[in-house]
Design a protein around this ligand. Structure first.
Ligand SMILES: [Zn+2]
Ligand SMILES: [Zn+2]
Length: 59
């Protein structure tokens, strides 16, 4: 097995990422957005957009 499911390496992001065991990986969206593990702010446009009247069920 080369990878495992884990939470995104970015602390405030709760998406699932696939990464190597024992390492932290960013989810696809964070990776695309240019987030950096350990950085103070998620770069995703929707990073902190939790339920602002947009009910698309992103969980
Ligand atoms: Zn993420
Ligand atoms: Zn992020």
């Amino acid at each position: 097995m080369s990878g495992e499911y884990q939470f995104c390496g970015y602390g405030d992001c709760f998406d699932i990422a696939v990464g190597m065991v024992g390492t932290r990986s960013l989810c696809g969206l964070c990776d695309e957005a240019g987030c950096v593990i350990g950085d103070s702010e998620c770069q995703r446009e929707d990073a902190y957009d939790h339920g602002r009247g947009d009910e698309h069920g992103t969980r």
